[in-house]
Structures are given as structure tokens and as C-alpha cells.
Design a protein around this ligand. Structure first.
Ligand SMILES: Cc1cc2nc3c(=O)[nH]c(=O)nc-3n(C[C@H](O)[C@H](O)[C@H](O)COP(=O)(O)O)c2cc1C
Length: 308
């Protein structure tokens, strides 16, 4: 029997729980000839700001032992070009949810981007990036200070005509506490985690390898930590959780669901295999069939803990 792969999340209907993660799938449309976009639950765009941004100088990406270190610096075309050129072709794939990742260096900028996006069609939800470790203003500064987070999420929710997902930073003492603040301030869902603040140093030159000195670590190296954070967050909030960090196999997806995620995002894996998201959607369905799981949604939070 074919398992039911659909999941609902914060008012969205996803064909399956696999989403492409922000910053690793362009604006989405670049992948239309590589991935059947309607065979994944949706995609999260690159972070969009009010004005275009060039990002940091190269080198911006470094390979590490079990992951990737990046300091892109939120390069993007800005909200006007996104709406006029990147979004329209995505409307050819109505079953693929388009979630727009939003950021600003001030609260006012975040709100201005959301208000502009509210006027566009073909968007399912917003993902508020309060967690980028690679910019000086905004980003992680909002996601690591409880009162700034509370204020920003409250304002963003009031401005938003669509469901609001708040993307949390792992670079805090308790991500579950930050998730609770986001939920209490009106977030419809939280997504976690963004990348872990890290550094790579070249012993020969005695210099940092990234032009920005520090960057964000992603990929398999972070999976057990991000998974623990999803598990802890699931105990702290009742809004849906989108889990991510180092997913490369269908079993990784199942682990995130068991820990409490309703859906997942897949990032770094798309660099190694641009079809990774579609492969994972297919692989998850086979996993469910092979394990007698009739509804993928039944896996969410189904972690069994021995209580002897
Ligand atoms: C090159 C690169 C660029 C990224 N850009 C963004 C971004 O613009 N906004 C954002 O919220 N997250 C961004 N991220 C973080 C990812 O969306 C994701 O949270 C993180 O990489 C962990 O997932 P992964 O291990 O599957 O890559 C980026 C990650 C990478 C590797």
C-alpha cells in the first residue's frame, strides 16, 4: 500500500515533509530542470532583503571534515527583483510550496520586506531568518537576544499576511527557550537549526581560510547536535517544528521526525547531489513502505524512550 506522505504544517499542505533549505537551492527556479519541484514539499528561497546585497568577498565556502563552512554574507537580488523575476516562473509549480526567507539589519527592514512580499502572489509562507552568523547587523543578533526576538517576531507576525516560520540560531544557550519566546510572540512554526558559528585556520599561512574569518558550519558534522536541539524544542513548544542539519539519507529524515519535527529542510546535501531533495522524498516513501508506516505524519514525535 502507498503510504500517505502529505503533511500539514502551520496552514500549509505539503506533498511530503521534504523542503529545500534556504541558501542552498538558489531562488528555487534554477533547479527546475534538475528536480521535479512538485515531488518535494516545497523550497525555501535564499534570504531576501529590501535592497540587493553582494555578500562577502571570496573565499566564502570551505569544505571541512564532515561538513561545510560558509560565510556568503546573505548575497541576494533584493525584494523587487525577486518579485519581478524570480517568483513568477515558480508559479508553474503550484504544488511546490514557496517559502520566502526574509532578513533585515533592523526591525523596520524586516517589516518592509514582509509588507512588500504580502503584495505578491505564489508565496506560501515566510521564514524569518533571525539566525545568520555571517552578518554584523541583524541576523543572529536578533535570534540570540530574547527581548529583541520577542519584539521582532511580534512585529513580523502583525505585518505578515502569511504563516510565519521563525528560523532559530543554534548559537545560544537554550534554543528551546528561544523557540518558546518565538511561539509566545506569534510564530506559527519554528525551523532549526541555522549553521553553527565556526572557524577554519590554515596552519601554513597562519591565516583564517574564510575572508570573513568566521563562518557557519553545516552538513553531517552538525546533525547529532541539531537533532538534540529539535528534540529539546519539541518538549518546549506546541507549534510545529521544521528540523534541519546534516540530512543526507532517508533515515536522517526519520530521526528528525521522531525527535519531533513535522517536516525537514535539506541544505548542504544539495551541494554534493543537486537532486538530493527529490531522492530523499522518494527514499522516505520507500522507508515508510518498508516499515509499515501508513502515514508519514505519524512519525512526528514518536520517539520511544525506555522508562525502566
Ligand atoms: C552556502 C549556504 C548558504 C546559506 N544561506 C542561508 C540563508 O540565506 N538564510 C538562512 O536562513 N539559512 C542559510 N543557510 C543555512 C541552511 O539553510 C541550513 O539552516 C543549514 O545549512 C543546516 O542544514 P544542512 O546541514 O542541511 O545544510 C545557508 C547554508 C549554506 C551551506
Amino acid at each position: 500500500m502507498k503510504p500517505e506522505m502529505k503533511v500539514s504544517l502551520a496552514g500549509l499542505e505539503l506533498a511530503n515533509p521534504i523542503l529545500a533549505a534556504s541558501g542552498t537551492f538558489g531562488y528555487g527556479i534554477e533547479f527546475e530542470e534538475i528536480v521535479h519541484l512538485e515531488r518535494i514539499g516545497g523550497l525555501v528561497t535564499k534570504g531576501i532583503s529590501m535592497e540587493p546585497m553582494a555578500g562577502h568577498a571570496a573565499p566564502r565556502i570551505i569544505q571541512t571534515a564532515a561538513g561545510m563552512l560558509n560565510a556568503i554574507g546573505l548575497q541576494n537580488v533584493g525584494v523587487e527583483e525577486f518579485i519581478s523575476r524570480k517568483l513568477p516562473p515558480l508559479r508553474r509549480y503550484p504544488r511546490c510550496n514557496v517559502i520566502v526567507n526574509v532578513f533585515g539589519s533592523t526591525v523596520g527592514e524586516y517589516i518592509a520586506v514582509i509588507e512588500r512580499l504580502n503584495q505578491a502572489t505564489g508565496i506560501s509562507a515566510y521564514e524569518l531568518n533571525v539566525s545568520c552568523p555571517n552578518v554584523h547587523a541583524g541576523g543572529m543578533a536578533f535570534g540570540s537576544d530574547p527581548s529583541s526576538l520577542e519584539y521582532l517576531v511580534g512585529r513580523a507576525k502583525a505585518a505578515s499576511a502569511r504563516p510565519l516560520i521563525v528560523k532559530l540560531s543554534p548559537n545560544v544557550t537554550s534554543i528551546a527557550h528561544m523557540a518558546k519566546i518565538a511561539a509566545d510572540s506569534g510564530a506559527d512554526a519554528v525551523s532549526l537549526t541555522n549553521t553553527f558559528l565556526a572557524i577554519s585556520i590554515d596552519a601554513e599561512t597562519r591565516r583564517p581560510r574564510l575572508s570573513n574569518i568566521t563562518g557557519g558550519l553545516s552538513g553531517p558534522a552538525i546533525k547529532p547536535i541539531a537533532l538534540r536541539m529539535v528534540y529539546e524544542t519539541a518538549r518546549a513548544v506546541s507549534i510545529p517544528i521544521i528540523g534541519m542539519g546534516g540530512i543526507t539519507t532517508p533515515e536522517d529524515v526519520v530521526e528528525y521526525l521522531l525527535a519531533g519535527a513535522a517536516a525537514v529542510e535539506v541544505g548542504t546535501a544539495s551541494y554534493a547531489d543537486p537532486r538530493a531533495v527529490e531522492r530523499l522524498a522518494r527514499g522516505l516513501e520507500s522507508w515508510c513502505r518498508g516499515h509499515g508506516v501508513e502515514r508519514v505524519a505519524s512519525l512526528t514525535g514518536a520517539l520511544e524512550i525506555a522508562r525502566d
